[in-house]
Ligand binder design. Structure first.
Ligand code: NDP
Length: 338
């Protein structure tokens, strides 16, 4: 069994030295457990938080511990009535080639719905995050304008398309010309602002031009100057789904951040409703989400894109790169053969 462990805690941006590959013996599944050969590993921004020894909504990874992560794999031995050899299962296997977990903690993946790795992306945790944020937190309505940051990422890709399905006009923010071109030509965004080409004032201006009627709902994934522009572009009584703030995850950009009094004031004078949410609290909605979104993924009405790193040893660099926008769509690692 090959696993990627946390060798040391990063200060600021993580580096390859924070990770170490280890080899251990193959585990035996205990009664009620399922042994899985991992095929796809998901890389997600929240993993940056797990590398710090700081209080959050989930405990950190221990030094020497296997990096946490959702993954999809093939059942190779089962001592759980719900799983048989050959089944495809989703679980928190971590950055590893094989893992034995209680069957009760796993979900079966139906390969007939879509490629199995979509259980980590558009039909998985990022997907339901987009769906809850757009429909339940913002509650976007027909004819409204929605702004989505990290617009071509795992969450943003679906958030933008779901907002359009609800009859809203979607405006994206993404890093670089290529991502912005994809956002407008493939994902249906009415406009996409390139945060790499614009400073805070430029972003505000570009947003005002792209959304002359103002923004009713903001799907917040990034913080930084994008948040600043969003606050300036919000309409009175607008709603913000506070999903993430990746621009600040490694302690970057804190010096240039807008002042808290200015942000607080914008929320007050515009009577905004801001709601933070953590998707764990909403997982009971998964069947409803899947029933609604899976058919649209299957028939191509919903598009998505993936960035694939080859092999567990490639995971650290792919993860570090993703935090800076190196991914284009859902970042995955192919750990084993499909
Ligand atoms: P993405 O696939 O969107 O990848 C992260 C993206 O963040 C990068 O590709 C990059 O896109 C963007 N980014 C990085 N730095 C900056 C910056 N300084 N300014 C603007 N954009 C930046 O990841 P996910 O879709 O998995 O996650 C998106 C957000 O949602 C994250 O903040 C994540 O933590 C959050 N999240 C929250 C959940 C919850 O329960 N609350 C659940 C799942 C995700 P670009 O190249 O366009 O800049």
């Amino acid at each position: 069994v090959r696993s990627m462990t946390l060798a040391s805690r990063p200060t600021g941006q993580p580096t390859a030295q924070n990770f170490a590959l280890t080899e251990t013996a193959m585990p035996e599944p205990a009664e009620g457990e399922v042994l899985v050969r991992v095929i796809w590993l998901s890389l997600d921004p929240y993993m940056r938080g797990r590398m710090d020894d700081a209080k959050s909504y989930a405990p950190p990874v221990e030094i020497g511990g296997i990096m946490e992560g959702g993954a999809v794999g093939e059942v190779i031995a089962s001592r759980h009535a719900g799983f048989s050899e050959g089944d495809i299962a989703l679980g928190a296997f971590g950055w590893t080639s094989h893992a034995a977990l209680p069957g009760d903690a796993l979900r079966k993946v139906d390969p007939a719905i879509a490629p199995i790795q979509t259980a980590l992306g558009v039909l998985g945790m990022p997907g339901i995050t987009a769906w809850v944020g757009v429909n339940r937190i913002i509650g976007i309505q027909q004819g409204e304008t929605a702004l989505i940051s990290a617009a071509t990422g795992a969450v943003g890709t679906l958030a933008g398309q779901l907002a359009q399905i609800k009859g809203a006009r979607a405006i994206g923010v993404a890093g670089g010309e290529e991502k912005c071109a994809y956002a407008t030509s493939e994902l249906g965004y009415a406009a996409c602002l390139d945060h790499k080409a614009l400073d805070a004032a430029g972003l505000k201006e570009a947003l005002a031009a792209a959304a002359p009627g103002g923004v009713d709902g903001y799907f917040e994934n990034v913080g930084g100057k994008t948040l600043e522009a969003a606050l300036s572009g919000m309409n009175d009584h607008g709603r913000i789904a506070l999903c993430g703030m990746i621009a600040w995850y490694s302690g970057r950009g804190l010096d240039e951040a807008m002042s808290l009094p200015a942000a607080w004031r914008a929320i007050l004078v515009k009577r905004l409703k801001v709601e933070g949410f953590i998707i764990f609290d909403h997982m009971h909605l998964y069947p409803e989400f899947l029933a609604e979104v899976a058919p649209m993924v299957k028939d191509g009405r919903i598009r998505y894109r993936e960035s694939i790193a080859e092999g567990l040893e490639a995971a650290p660099d792919a993860f570090i790169s993703m935090l800076e926008g190196g991914n284009f769509g859902k970042q995955l690692v192919r750990v084993g053969d499909d």
